[in-house]
Design a protein around this ligand. Structure first.
Ligand code: ZN
Length: 229
């Protein structure tokens, strides 16, 4: 009986610490989505990557499109030249944690350290971070505290195209993007990590989908222009 009670308390603490806040913000993000005829916010997580990000930047430049990059701070440190190019090309840089660890598995102290160390790296790179997206969209109470402390705006997403999957194709991603995107959506894609060079497939899909979306009259904006209801 005692063990059962201890287990129950642990589960309850975990629910309050991580599961409920994550679920709450994910649901609220969808509810607060503002319909906006023709605006799309492209966002890219998990970079910068020496293998993929420059190729993506070339495609965005080709169509003169601005996007938002949620960078992993330790990857940014390894790819300073790419960070400079993302900025020079006029895109927005937000934070996507220090090493892409899950907030569900981090205690308060580790979470605080994650934010502090990430910000130190980003500041040393000359970046003034205003936007934060947690890996997998997962939060804990300490991440919420840090988001407030550093005055970040939390940016989640409305549309994904499962572009990290190992067996997906550029055609699959293109079709998903064209079918799923509605005006006002924040679209989450990836320019790093992923299996079997997945980001290359994402870039190939975008090279096909972007001109079609432009042809339909969509306009691409960065997340600093995003307003909720
Ligand atoms: Zn991620």
């Amino acid at each position: 009986m005692q063990y059962f009670l201890v287990l129950l308390v642990i589960i309850l603490i975990y629910l309050i610490y991580a599961l409920i806040p994550s679920l709450w913000f994910k649901v609220m993000y969808k509810i607060k989505r503002k319909e906006n005829d023709k605006i799309i916010y492209l966002t890219f997580d998990d970079g910068p990557s020496s293998k993929y990000t420059n190729k993506l930047l070339d495609v965005l430049k080709k169509y003169n499109i601005k996007a938002s990059f949620f960078c992993v701070a330790s990857f940014a440190l390894e790819n300073k030249d790419i960070i400079k190019r993302i900025e020079k090309d006029g895109h927005i840089i937000g934070l996507h944690s220090l090493k892409h660890e899950n907030a569900y598995l981090m205690d308060i102290f580790k979470t605080n350290k994650d934010f502090k160390n990430s910000l130190k790296i980003m500041k040393d790179l000359g970046l003034n971070i205003k936007y934060f997206r947690p890996p997998w969209g997962d939060l804990n109470l300490a991440s919420l505290f840090n988001i407030r402390k550093y005055h970040f705006k939390l940016i989640l997403w409305h549309v994904m195209a499962e572009d990290w999957k190992k067996d997906t194709t550029a055609f699959d991603i293109e079709v998903k993007l064209l079918q799923r995107i509605k005006g006002g959506d924040i679209v989450c894609l990836h320019d790093g990590r992923g299996k079997n060079n997945a980001p290359l497939i994402t870039i190939e899909a975008l090279d096909k989908a972007i001109p079609i979306l432009l042809g339909k009259g969509f306009v691409f904006q960065t997340v600093d222009k995003y307003n909720e209801k």
